[in-house]
Design a protein around this ligand. Structure first.
Ligand code: PAN
Ligand code: ZN
Length: 191
């Protein structure tokens, strides 16, 4: 459904949750269990429950091809094995850049080019990351608190999760002796 009048709203999770036009998605570990590296840790956690990993509040706004969509994402702090909580991640199938703005917490925006190059950008409150078309993106909560960020993208963008499901990302973000480490993902099959 399109939004036909100008509007403003507070950049707060509760404010977006209250809007009838918002699409709310909560992804639990069971929805994304294959993407974590440590499958024994996944199985152990799932045997005791199915924790929510992140919540995504989306205002998709396809009024016209010129429209923008936007959303707030909140990733809870925590790890699966040594790997930090993260989003599934996706490519944009068609042309469409995206802007991420950090609102709370400490994150890493993990990027992958179509030819399998990896890159990471720090995401802090008040900082902006610009995602160029052609780079898959995933967000990782590397802090002790909720990671909350705004994302804004062209309403015509189609999201491709399948390529990530099949090939993964070239890098893993792990806790290593209390520090954040980015290492090569040996199971990455894209290029
Ligand atoms: C973001 C993401 C959001 C949830 O708005 O969609 O953070 O992550 P996943 O879509 O990977 O589950 C975005 O990149 N939109 O294009
Ligand atoms: Zn995106």
């Amino acid at each position: 459904m399109g939004l036909i009048a100008p509007f403003n709203l507070p950049l707060e999770l509760d404010a977006l949750r209250a809007l009838p036009s918002v699409h709310r998605v909560v992804r639990h570990l069971s929805d994304m269990k294959r993407i974590y590296h440590d499958q024994e840790a996944v199985a152990a956690i799932l045997s005791a429950g199915d924790p929510p990993i992140y919540e995504f509040l989306e205002l998709a706004n396809p009024t016209s091809d010129d429209s923008l969509s936007f959303g707030l994402t909140r990733i809870s702090p925590g790890k699966i094995g040594r790997e930090y909580h993260m989003t599934k991640g996706h490519f944009h199938l068609n042309a469409g850049d995206e802007i991420y703005v950090g609102l709370a917490g400490r994150g890493l925006l993990v990027l992958q080019s179509r030819d399998g190059q990896g890159r990471e950008l720090s995401m802090l409150p008040g900082s902006l990351c610009y995602v160029v078309t052609g780079w898959a993106h995933r967000t990782v909560n590397v802090g002790e608190d909720d990671l909350v960020f705004l994302s804004v993208w062209s309403a015509t963008v189609e999201h491709d999760y399948e390529t990530i499901d099949r090939h993964g990302f070239p890098q893993l973000v792990l806790a290593d002796a209390g520090r954040v480490a980015v290492i090569r993902n040996e199971r990455f099959t894209g290029r």
